[in-house]
Ligand binder design. Structure first.
Ligand code: PLP
Length: 387
């Protein structure tokens, strides 16, 4: 049987072997509830806090500001709703900041949470990215108002792979007195995310995108930010997210983060960028019908995620390509995995000015740890063969 080639790391990264082994070891251990007072509970609490410390070290932030939850979707919704409701509660009738700016190409977990704030009386405005897939400092400056409560811009775009200048955007938002929230699900362990330098007010992370277990995530929230929790109950996670914590999940997530960050710092990013560049060159030389959706500079590891390539292919639909490539042994995506059952063109592509017709031929290829030059060469041949 021919080897399957997985090229959809942006949707989920296969679990790392040491994480898999660690998770397995918990199956036979006598862990208690981390909130219980007896010995098994204390052991679980120690494991949970060790995971929090490890994650905080990777992110360069205080472990007290990191809270575990079930994944990126929950983290994003919890933060956006929680900050909006918390501000209304803290300032009551004196709350004058009722304007929210959200990038139009955010993941639906963020976009829908932001738009839902309209029901609480917020005025939610979408920030248009430019044709290159970025929110420019100028466009943020122009859109900010004296009543803007928060600005929401992701750190790396999950379909396009474009990296946003979050440090600059945060400083612009802060100068206008607004908070800055960033979905860091895609950038985590692929970019040197240093929360101490970035000055974000809130950020969210997901474990399965970095080779950790599914159903696990975390959010970072600066302690001074107004916030009301979404999940109410036993008051776990410093009362910000009730529910018994997933201790093995937290340990697996933290281990994946440590390994992932060490790897990207140790040269994985240049390797992936070289594979991406070679793949793009072979595909575009192989067919005039293929073009890169956004410009990608060869060797770029900082303003475009190293292993991400988004293509527009003329005369064939995304779904047809995905299914034909699947038959040939390749796993790729027609856009974002979370909306792969939708026949609508991606809101991300429309937001950067791609026409509906062109957006129907979208293909996202994302490379990772086990991707080789041979995999990419075989993929190139397979894609060209179905056109
Ligand atoms: N944010 C971004 C940018 C994503 O790519 C995803 C997943 O595709 C999410 C949030 C949701 O994360 P999760 O799958 O952990 O709920």
């Amino acid at each position: 049987m021919t080897k399957r080639v997985f090229l959809d790391y942006a949707a989920t990264a296969p679990q790392l072997l040491p994480v898999h082994e660690l998770m397995g070891s918990y199956a036979t251990s006598a862990l208690g509830n981390p909130n219980a007072l007896y010995r098994e509970g204390k052991l679980a609490r120690q494991a949970l806090e060790a995971a929090r410390e490890d994650l905080a070290e990777v992110l360069t932030c205080s472990s007290q500001d990191l809270h575990f939850c079930s994944g990126g979707t929950e983290a994003a919704g919890t933060l956006i709703e929680g900050i909006a409701r918390g501000s209304l509660e803290r300032f009551g009738k004196n709350q004058v900041r009722m304007h929210v700016l959200c990038a139009a190409f955010e993941h639906h977990a963020v976009l829908k949470s932001a738009l839902s704030l309209k029901r609480s009386g917020y005025n939610v405005e979408l920030l248009r990215p430019n044709r290159e897939g970025r929110i420019t400092p100028e466009s943020l400056e122009a859109a900010l108002r004296s009543d803007t409560l928060m600005v929401v811009v992701m750190c790396a775009q999950n379909e396009l792979g474009t990296v946003q200048d979050v440090a600059r955007l945060t400083s612009i938002a802060h100068n206008a007195g607004a908070l800055f929230v960033s979905d860091c699900v895609q950038g985590f362990c692929k970019l040197p995310l240093n929360l101490a330098d970035l000055a974000l007010d809130a950020a969210c992370f997901s474990s399965h995108k970095i080779g950790g277990p599914f159903g696990m995530g975390a959010f970072y929230l600066r302690s001074s930010v107004p916030f009301l929790p979404r999940a109410l109950g036993g008051g776990q996670e410093r009362k910000l997210r009730s529910g018994t914590q997933n201790v093995p999940g937290a340990r697996g997530f933290a281990l994946a983060a440590k390994l992932g960050m060490a790897e990207s710092l140790a040269g994985e990013n240049p390797r992936l960028a070289a594979l991406r560049d070679e793949l793009l060159a072979s595909l575009t030389q192989g067919s005039e019908r293929i073009r890169s959706t956004v410009p990608v500079v060869a060797g770029d590891t900082t303003t475009h995620l190293s292993g991400y390539l988004h293509l527009l292919v003329k005369g064939i639909e995304s779904q047809t390509m995905v299914l034909k490539l699947d038959e040939l042994g390749f796993a790729v995506s027609g856009g974002s995995a979370c909306s792969s059952d939708s026949l609508e063109p991606s809101h991300v592509l429309l937001s950067i000015g791609i026409s509906k017709d062109d957006a129907y031929g979208a293909l996202r290829i994302s490379l990772g740890k086990v991707t080789t030059a041979e995999d990419c060469a075989r993929f190139c041949e397979a894609l060209l063969s179905i056109l």
